[in-house]
Ligand binder design. Structure first.
Ligand SMILES: *[C@@H]1O[C@H](CO)[C@@H](O)[C@H](O)[C@H]1NC(C)=O
Ligand SMILES: *[C@@H]1O[C@H](CO)[C@@H](O)[C@H](O)[C@H]1NC(C)=O
Ligand SMILES: *[C@@H]1O[C@H](CO)[C@@H](O)[C@H](O)[C@H]1NC(C)=O
Ligand SMILES: *[C@@H]1O[C@H](CO)[C@@H](O)[C@H](O)[C@H]1NC(C)=O
Ligand SMILES: *[C@@H]1O[C@H](CO)[C@@H](O)[C@H](O)[C@H]1NC(C)=O
Ligand SMILES: *[C@@H]1O[C@H](CO)[C@@H](O)[C@H](O)[C@H]1NC(C)=O
Ligand SMILES: *[C@@H]1O[C@H](CO)[C@@H](O)[C@H](O)[C@H]1NC(C)=O
Ligand SMILES: *[C@@H]1O[C@H](CO)[C@@H](O)[C@H](O)[C@H]1NC(C)=O
Length: 389
């Protein structure tokens, strides 16, 4: 399948690994009828990442009109933007400058993000701990004193060095900043997807899928025992995130919660169907599978959203003919957010802000999923006003 026509998945790879992984990877969006296959390695080969310099400077200076007081000496006192409403169950969040080797995330930048996010939601999830992200986020919540909990990501690649580094950084953050605002530790992102992709499979029940779950269970149990050795004041749930169709019962029996990416854009659903498709796909593929296990862990939508722009005309619309646009992001928000709240669905809207490094590295719609652009300016959208859990 043509790479550009297929569209790139913005979100399937943890940021920590994207910058350093030279090998070809494939994204498989599995539904019964629709399979989107994308080769990424070839596209990224030779691309020199220079995102960090520009993104960190925009972090410190680009706060923009929505939040001029964010670098005041008291981060807990900041001007609210009346256009923002606390209507979202949760948000997927990656700070600028969070990917090795080009770290650059700053405490001021993350404080500003948390100030903005706290006007939209009370929950965020992160993808990894490199570049001190877990500490920066927990410290920002502490400094701003906002009502916010975080599911911290511990990224896993096929290299244990990466896992151990991420785990240690996360536990250092918990030690230094406490666990009051920690809702969970998400151990691994799309590990089953990646392992199946390497062998050309889409079936999480096959031997590769089960082996991947066994591999993950080792890490999950390592995190659990580290947690129990540290005897924190509360029990921290340990979970796992993958694309919606890559869970098996083996992994679901092992986690306290699961998180599934459910992307109508990549499933080539029309914008008109996007919200209802997301709800029914998540129910039939993920919730029902979890319900068939004895553990029946809570399941969240790890990512859902709609892109607003594309770096190529070929990827400017999905194969159902629905464009990446502010208007379609608005449509998806209008038809998903308050309805999902009412239905009791836990979801992390993808995502807080545009990530320019993804445009550089992957092209397509990759870098354009934010409610805010990369200068932290709210796009041309109206935030609905409704309550959430
Ligand atoms: C910044 O904070 C000061 C003092 O709290 C306030 O007077 C001022 O209006 C704020 N500025 C903006 C742009 O909100
Ligand atoms: C990580 O961030 C925390 C919170 O800002 C800070 O105290 C710590 O010094 C940082 N560590 C490194 C290595 O930058
Ligand atoms: C793991 O990754 C590190 C850093 O990227 C590298 O130095 C090391 O050789 C890798 N180890 C294995 C076993 O691949
Ligand atoms: C994997 O097994 C579950 C039940 O254990 C089933 O619901 C699901 O459809 C299977 N997936 C595939 C791709 O065969
Ligand atoms: C937890 O503590 C026990 C007893 O001190 C030790 O054997 C084990 O290695 C520790 N586990 C971890 C993951 O730190
Ligand atoms: C949309 O993408 C094009 C191509 O990458 C870029 O030139 C343009 O600045 C983007 N527009 C916005 C509003 O980000
Ligand atoms: C909410 O539930 C209704 C009734 O089951 C369903 O039709 C709708 O698609 C759901 N919407 C969302 C966004 O969850
Ligand atoms: C903002 O969105 C509204 C409603 O979709 C549209 O009418 C208006 O033209 C847009 N404004 C800009 C500057 O794009």
């Amino acid at each position: 399948m043509n790479e550009e026509a297929a569209g790139l998945n913005p979100s399937s790879y943890a940021p920590q690994e994207k910058a350093s992984s030279p090998r070809s990877k494939f994204w498989l969006w599995g539904t019964v009828a629709i399979v989107t296959i994308v080769a990424i390695g070839g596209i990224v080969a030779g691309v020199v990442l220079s995102r960090h310099k520009s993104s960190s400077s925009s972090t410190s200076t680009g706060g923009g009109g929505s939040n001029k007081n964010s670098s005041s000496s008291d981060p807990s006192s900041f001007t609210k933007n009346p256009a923002l409403k606390n209507s979202f169950y949760g948000f997927a969040y990656t700070p600028l400058g969070a990917i090795l080797p080009d770290c650059g995330a700053t405490q001021d930048g993350v404080i500003q993000d948390i100030q903005l996010l706290s006007q939209l939601t009370t929950r965020i999830r992160t993808y990894g701990s490199d570049c001190n992200v877990s500490s920066l986020v927990l410290n920002a919540i502490k400094q701003t004193q906002v009502d916010m909990t975080v599911f911290l990501g511990i990224y896993i690649s096929d290299n244990d060095t990466v896992y151990e580094r991420q785990r240690d950084l996360t536990f250092t953050a918990l030690q230094n900043f406490g666990v009051d605002h920690v809702a969970g530790l998400t151990v691994g992102n799309e590990v089953i997807l990646d392992r199946l992709t390497l062998v050309g499979s889409q079936n999480p029940n096959d031997t590769t899928g089960i082996a991947a779950a066994e591999f993950l269970k080792d890490k999950i149990s390592d995190v659990r025992s580290t947690l129990s050795n540290m005897s924190f004041s509360k029990t921290i749930p340990v979970g796992y995130a993958d694309a919606g169709s890559y869970f098996n019962t083996d992994i679901l029996e092992a986690v306290d919660y699961a998180m599934a990416n459910v992307h109508p854009w990549f499933a080539d659903v029309t914008i008109d169907q996007s919200a209802s498709w997301t709800a029914s796909y998540f129910q039939s593929t993920d919730i029902d599978l979890a319900a068939s296990t004895t553990k029946n862990p809570p399941f969240y939508i790890a990512e859902t959203g709609w892109p607003t722009n594309s770096s190529t005309t070929a990827a400017a619309q999905n194969q159902a003919g629905s464009p990446a646009s502010d208007a379609n992001l608005q449509f998806f928000i209008d038809n998903f957010v308050c309805q999902a709240n009412q239905n009791g669905t836990g979801y992390f809207f993808f995502e807080y802000m545009d990530e320019p490094w993804k445009t550089t590295q992957y092209g397509g719609v990759e870098g354009y999923w934010g409610l805010f652009d990369s200068n932290k300016q709210l796009k041309n959208i109206t935030i609905p006003d409704c309550t959430h859990k």
